[in-house]
Design a protein. Structure first.
Lengths: 183, 286, 263
């Protein structure tokens, strides 16, 4: 199986669709949406699987379409969310390309953690610039990014690699180190 | 454990411009050990009906009673419902997610309070009933199995809970004729062991072979309900509804029209063959 | 049956509803610029009156259109207080520990709150009067200039259309998976955080597998038919902008220009 340009494009399209669908699926499960941020997952996966440009696209278009079709996120926080998610998609893709430890799980975790950090820094910076009214904002937003979203971070770190492995087992995406299996 | 619908109505998207009534004032009682076939066209309300019975939808009006208790009443212990009513959707293989087959089949037993040995026993039983060798399949990933195997594992996951009532939604769609036979045999074995079976199907032939009672729905209403032979003897009405009746029933009718007198209650293949045999021997075949 | 969600869109036939989505989107961008640039009383007044006029002309039910602003009143209040008390002004009216209430701060707080509220009202007018479908096709045509920086605009447009087509299918499938797992004993309705977390994997993994399977089928079919990129596809011809669309653009540009006049 090869990840062709067309295949990457269509997987990206599906991930964008999931950015709209997943938050709706968890909408009825009380508080789940705010706890584990379902829209992050397709974006992170798209970056990991399809690469940086596709991940970037997914991170920009996903929240935009979701906002258009479901009204979530509301327009007021949409720009900051687009910056954050675009950074996730971009950096997971970039780090997946750079990091090659010969162990898939290690690659995944390094890329995910690095991308989550970069995304939060970028989104924080963007927010500080948009709400540039005073010095307080940066601290407020920085703590909110790491403290209140902690359960979400943990769930994402557990879930995203699990999904990657499940997709590999279902032979829907190629193995990262096929030679390792053959031995 | 009888299940009962009491004047149940269900409206989709109520309060929006897309409001549609999927089920209208339906009353129905299914007793222990029945094998009920549900027939009707797409959009007739049959999947709404089975989802109401399984407690996955809440009726807009009326009650769904399981063993006499309203399953949507406040304070009703839903785990009783989950333990006793299993539902196999049209593509059950899509619900697989665990890392091994054993874990996936055991998912439904997580909150059952059974100890590990019992859980493992149940999983073995369910997988073996579905035609697997437990020891060779238990550690495989359910996701890398073939399509047919996936479906069987998923069904094992529903059966492992040992529900008293099992609902199947188009269970044989997409199976080859051999797979169909094997599968229907399995369902009827379960039924013989006392499990109530409710199955939705378009396939009049397989319904004629296995179901003891047929329910026909049309635009959200229950329009026919009776023993399989009685429902299928009304050939004209079934044709009007574009549902048709079983082939053996049609053949018997054709033979009758040609002067080869046949009983009017033939629905299954076996009945047709033995009736013909009887006629030929009794009537003195040349 | 699942259908495409319609988002905020409220059906109507007002002049605002009828403006071409491309013109509406561009006007929206101009008006946002006006809000961001506004720094004088006259400038604010112009944008404020214009936004109010838009709401009136569009005949939207105000409760729905401005619902988001009403729901976020606490957020606005906190922003206002923070600005009012932490603004570093020369002569505070009142100061205690780290709190310094000042006129400058109050003005700054009101400024920020008004700005955000205006932005929200404007985006409400846009999303309530334009269907999501029109909006995405407008976005696709407004992306064209990105070609200059070598963004494969046609491919992006194709990806967006495919994504939209997938939404109803995936919604329906998600609903089915959720029901199947509920019947197997997943406790989506439970209040406990642990039960909720336990539900995530049985729901999300099947959803992704089913979505990727569909992606796999579609991309294989596309490649089998020799699809190599969206560049050579025939495109539907876009309608040209009408007089009212140009008028909308012109007025928005004027409101934006006003901000430069009163600085």
């Amino acid at each position: 199986m090869k990840m062709t340009y067309v295949k990457r494009s269509i997987i990206t399209a599906v991930c964008i669709a999931l950015c709209v669908v997943l938050p709706m699926a968890f909408h009825s499960v009380k508080n789940a949406g705010s706890i584990f941020a379902p829209m992050h997952i397709p974006v992170l996966l798209c970056g990991l699987i399809c690469g940086a440009p596709f991940g970037l696209l997914c991170g920009i278009i996903g929240p935009l379409l979701s906002s258009l079709f479901t009204g979530m996120p509301p327009a007021a926080i949409l720009p900051a969310m687009m910056v954050e998610l675009a950074a996730y998609g971009l950096f997971t893709g970039l780090f997946m390309q750079i990091v090659r430890t010969k162990a898939v799980l290690a690659d995944l975790y390094i890329s995910l953690v690095a991308a989550m950090l970069c995304g939060r820094v970028l989104a924080g910076a963007a927010k500080a610039l948009i709400f540039s009214a005073g010095k307080y904002s940066l601290t407020v937003w920085a703590t909110s990014y790491f403290v209140t979203s902690l359960p979400g971070i943990i769930i994402q770190l557990a879930l995203v690699p699990a999904i990657v492995f499940a997709l590999q087992k279902a032979r829907l995406i190629p193995l990262r180190y096929p030679e390792a299996i053959c031995k | 454990m009888p299940v009962e619908l009491e004047n149940v109505s269900y409206t989709y998207a109520s309060g929006t411009p897309y409001e549609t009534e999927a089920l209208e004032n339906m009353s129905l009682k299914i007793k222990d050990g029945e094998f009920v076939g549900v027939m009707g066209h797409t959009g007739c309300g049959k999947s709404t009906m089975i989802q109401l019975i399984a407690g996955l939808l809440v009726p807009s009006e009326g009650k769904v009673l399981l063993d006499g208790n309203d399953i949507n009443a406040k304070g009703y212990d839903r785990s009783v419902l989950r333990r006793n009513v299993g539902i196999v959707f049209q593509y059950p293989e899509y619900q697989l997610f665990e890392t091994t087959v054993e874990k996936d089949v055991a998912f439904g037993l997580k909150h059952s309070g059974l100890d590990r040995g019992e859980v493992s026993e149940r999983v073995r039983w369910a997988l073996e009933i579905m035609g697997f060798s437990f020891d060779s399949i238990r550690n495989q990933s359910p996701l890398s199995l073939s399509g047919g195997e996936k479906r069987r594992v998923a069904i094992a996951g529903v059966l492992a809970v040992r529900p008293k009532i099992v609902i199947f939604d188009e269970p044989i769609a997409g199976l080859d004729p051999l797979g169909r036979e094997a599968f229907l045999k399995l369902i009827s074995d379960l039924n013989e062991d006392g499990t109530t079976i409710i199955t939705v199907s378009h396939n009049a032939d397989s319904m004629a072979e296995y179901a003891k009672r047929i329910i026909v729905l049309d635009s959200g209403r229950l329009i026919m309900d009776g023993k399989t032979r009685d429902v299928f003897s009304d050939v004209k009405r079934m044709e009007e509804l574009r549902l048709g009746v079983s082939q053996p029933r049609l053949i018997a009718d054709m033979l009758s029209k040609r002067g080869f007198e046949m009983p009017r209650d033939i629905v299954s293949c076996g009945e047709l063959v033995s009736a013909i045999k009887e006629r030929l021997i009794g009537g003195g075949c040349p | 049956m699942s259908r495409l969600p319609t988002g905020q869109y409220i059906y109507g036939e007002s002049p605002i509803h009828l403006i071409d989505a491309r013109a509406k989107l561009l006007s929206f961008i101009l008006l946002i610029a006006a809000v961001v640039l506004a720094s004088s009383f006259a400038g604010y007044a112009a944008v404020f009156c214009f936004t109010a006029a838009l709401l009136w002309i569009s005949r939207l039910p105000l409760g729905t259109a401005l619902g988001a602003i009403r729901r976020l009143w606490l957020f606005f209040f906190v922003i206002f207080l923070m600005n009012a008390f932490f603004f570093e002004a020369e002569n505070p009216i009142f100061s205690w520990w780290i709190f310094r209430l000042s006129y400058g701060g109050i003005a700054q707080g009101a400024n920020v709150v008004l700005r955000v509220a205006l932005l929200m009202a404007l985006s409400s007018v846009l999303t309530c009067t334009t269907t999501p479908m029109d909006m995405t096709s407008a976005l696709q045509s407004l992306m064209k200039p990105l070609k200059i920086i070598r963004v494969p605009v046609e491919d992006v447009a194709m990806i967006i259309s495919v994504a939209i087509q997938f939404i109803p299918t995936l919604l329906e499938e998600t609903d089915m998976i959720k029901k199947a797992q509920t019947a197997r004993g997943a406790r989506f309705e439970s209040r406990s955080l642990r039960h909720k977390a336990e539900c995530v994997i049985p729901l999300v993994i099947p959803i992704f597998i089913s979505a990727f399977r569909r992606a796999d089928e579609l991309s294989t079919a596309m490649e089998a038919r020799g699809y190599r990129g969206a560049k050579n596809r025939t495109k539907r011809k876009k309608e040209p902008l009408k007089a009212r669309d140009l008028a909308a653009l012109f007025i928005s540009a004027a409101i934006c220009a006003v901000q430069f006049c009163f600085r």
